[in-house]
Design a protein around this ligand. Structure first.
Ligand SMILES: *Cc1c(COP(=O)(O)O)cnc(C)c1O
Length: 468
């Protein structure tokens, strides 16, 4: 095999650039990306020929050079972040973007963020306004707090609160509440970052009123309660409720801060789920400052919402750190829209995707699962489909023990293994993330909107096609 002859067959750059399909690429994607792809693919081809012992293969690769160039350019210009279908049944899946945002809200937001808005401009007064003004009153109305603001996420909220109210002083926390949330958010570390020092009281399972009482000194700047969002200590336990901590704190002129984590505005107990402390309860019980996530059970954009007494919120608004943690116009607008839904609770349950998913009755999920199975069965895929009862989870470090009865469509591939199929599903045009167990693929229908069913069937048909 004469390698030089093979190398000579590689088209020269100027010849490639004269080809119609390459010219089209240049018009569409610009000269620079195309030139780069030409160079890289030509080099890759040379390397291939260098190592290749099969003349046929080398010739074929040379033949396909323009196609390889096209694929490289297109890949570069295709966004990596994409819609995926969540078949895991975990409603607040942090790796899959946590809370999906309501479609109608997105439509409104498109207009709002693609043009100018009154983000920090008071239309009444014709001068500079505040970016929190769009949702502050709403938050106060919904929660009973005096004032409110929001930052990038709840981790930032905790940091800002401690930095504003407790820097250089001590903050008392129960040992049972030294939480670590996924993604390396640890209360003791955040505390250190904020410049406050941690005073741990009590034990892992039991903390008493007197533990707090004994720990309060001249240096104490706040009492902090942290909701044990993602774990539960069960059995012989005791913790001190806000109602008891508030009088102690107020006697010393310091605030009680509560990090609620998920922050629900609706009593989920009414809908058959475990009662999760609501934001309103926390304020009613006497918390001076409360923070929670925007994209956990609230079902909105990523944000850390802070509410509470005006004097404390004002101190946070003035903190330099606030400028570094501030929310953008998208978040401000999306927060206002999601909070507005809560003015009408039944509507909120229908319209906010997270609430709709976690409260969808079993009968409804089952019926939808049946529909999906039927659609798949009509396609005659080379796999066995089935229906199996399963359990959905809330996820996102919320209600860790909650299991919601749900229904999954099961897939057992006939022409490949389950890991192979799972991998192929991840590479579909709309990637599908299933759960796998017992040599079976599970699609928990609770987290799959019905509008995806046909697409899912189309894609699974193609997936099968590739195997034969
Ligand atoms: C989730 C959580 C956080 C972090 O919130 P993010 O919005 O993810 O930054 C902080 N504290 C508690 C108790 C949480 O549950």
């Amino acid at each position: 095999m004469d390698k030089n002859q093979l190398y000579r067959r590689i088209p020269k750059v100027d010849i490639l650039l004269e080809k119609e399909e390459i010219k089209e690429l240049i018009t569409r994607y610009g000269r620079e990306s195309v030139m780069e792809a030409v160079r890289e693919e030509t080099e890759a081809l040379r390397a291939f020929i260098g190592k290749c012992r099969d003349e046929e293969a080398a010739l074929e690769k040379t033949e396909q050079l323009p196609r390889a160039i096209r694929e490289r350019v297109v890949r570069l210009h295709t966004p990596n972040m994409r819609t995926v279908i969540n078949g895991t049944g975990t409603v607040l899946h942090t790796n899959l973007g946590r809370a999906p945002i309501c479609r109608e809200h997105m439509e409104r937001l498109t207009d709002l963020v693609s043009g100018y808005s009154n983000l920090e401009y008071s239309l009444e007064e014709g001068k500079r306004g505040e970016r929190y003004s769009h949702f502050e009153k709403l938050l106060c109305r919904l929660t009973g707090a005096e004032a409110a603001m929001a930052v990038n996420n709840n981790a930032a909220a905790v940091m800002l609160i401690l930095s504003s109210l407790a820097k250089g002083g001590e903050v008392v926390v129960s040992r049972g509440e030294l939480v670590e949330i996924g993604g390396k958010f640890r209360i003791p570390d955040v505390m250190e970052q904020s410049g406050a020092s941690l005073v741990e009281v009590g034990t892992t399972n039991k903390t008493h009123y007197t533990d707090y009482e004994d720990a309060v000194t001249e240096e104490t700047k706040a009492l902090l309660k942290v909701h044990t969002s993602n774990y539960r200590i069960v059995g012989f336990t005791e913790s001190v409720p806000i109602q008891e901590l508030a009088p102690l704190a107020h006697k010393h002129g310091i605030p009680v801060i509560e990090d609620l984590g998920s922050g629900v505005l609706i009593d989920l107990g009414k809908y058959g789920l475990t009662y999760e402390p609501t934001v309103q309860d926390s304020i009613r019980q006497g918390a001076d400052v409360v923070c929670f996530s925007g994209d956990k059970l609230l079902g909105g954009p990523q944000a850390g919402i802070i509410i509470g007494k005006k004097e404390y919120i004002d101190r946070m608004k003035k903190n330099q750190l606030t400028r570094a943690l501030r929310i953008d116009k998208f978040t401000a607008a999306a927060l206002e829209l999601v909070l507005m839904e809560y003015l009408h609770e039944e509507k909120a349950l229908e319209r906010i995707p997270v609430l709709r998913m976690i409260t969808e009755p079993f009968a409804s999920v089952s019926e939808r699962a049946g529909k999906l199975k039927q659609i798949l069965d009509e396609r005659k895929l080379s796999l066995q489909t089935g229906l199996e009862e399963c359990e959905s989870q809330i996820g996102g470090g919320s209600l860790p023990l909650e299991r919601i009865p749900s229904m999954a469509v099961t897939l057992k591939p006939e022409s490949m293994t389950v890991p192979e199929m799972e991998e192929r599903m991840r590479h579909l045009p709309v990637p599908v993330i299933p759960r796998t167990a017992n040599d079976t693929i599970y699609l928990d229908v609770r987290t799959i909107e019905s509008r995806w069913f046909e697409t899912l069937a189309d894609m699974l048909e193609n997936l099968e096609g590739k195997t034969s």
